[in-house]
Design a protein around this ligand. Structure first.
Ligand code: PRP
Ligand code: URA
Length: 206
């Protein structure tokens, strides 16, 4: 099983406020930022470090700092954009790629409309998309990342449906999935239940 549901009281608190239909876009963006920090901490748990000798005001110390290692964050447009800034703030050298996918309102099948990627081979790649519903978007994005040389990929989502997790596990069994909530099911319109509605609309007030 490649799924990890992050278990933290702050994550549960923030997801609950995100779900609340009275939460306005400005707060929704802040909550998205906070949850992404929690997810990114888990996703980067195994980054390499090197030792570094420093002087504290009191004595010498051999500390530990991040080794130089190329990182790439790739949001699935549009909602994934809300998860990019925490990576930029915590890992200033991170490169950013973009994959534009949009679900058809009737069929829920994702259509590709944009793709701009940096070098992916030999890099840690973090694919970010807050909603993993049918999994169609994530599977398509993972196909594209692999076709462009990525071999080390983690998928970060905020709310996932069992159907989407299964679809990713089946199509890309080696890709770990990190999520803040695993919900019950999809409804007839392929929305996650209980979910939080349309993430992109709530993020950008559309
Ligand atoms: C949403 C979401 C995911 C996708 C998930 O995007 O951000 O990308 O749906 O659904 P899936 O797992 O069934 O593919 P949407 O297509 O609504 O586009 P948007 O981000 O531009 O609003
Ligand atoms: N995309 C969303 O934004 N919400 C859902 O529930 C499913 C797909």
């Amino acid at each position: 099983m490649s799924l990890t549901v992050i278990s933290h009281p702050l994550a549960a608190h923030v997801v609950t406020h995100l779900r609340d239909k009275t939460t306005k876009p400005a707060t929704f963006r802040t909550l998205t930022y906070e949850l992404t920090v929690l997810l990114a901490l888990e996703a980067t748990r195994n980054l390499s470090t090197t030792s570094k000798d420093i002087e504290t005001p009191l004595e010498s110390l051999t500390g530990s700092v991040l080794a130089r290692q190329p990182l790439v964050v790739v949001p699935i447009l549009r909602a994934g954009l809300g998860m990019v800034q925490p990576f930029l703030d915590m890992f200033p050298d991170v490169s950013v790629g973009y994959i534009g996918l949009e679900r058809d309102h009737e069929t829920a099948v994702a259509r590709s409309y944009y793709c701009k990627l940096p070098q992916l081979a030999g890099r840690h790649v973090f694919l970010v998309d807050p909603m993993l519903a049918t999994g169609g978007s994530a599977v398509k994005a993972l196909d594209v990342l692999k076709k462009n040389g990525a071999t080390d990929i983690v998928l970060l989502s905020i709310v996932s449906a069992p159907e989407g997790v299964s679809a990713v596990e089946q199509a890309h069994p080696g890709v770990p999935i990190l999520t803040a909530a695993l919900d019950r099911e999809l409804n007839a319109r392929k929305y996650i239940m209980p979910g939080l509605g349309d993430f992109g609309d709530r993020l950008y007030g559309t």
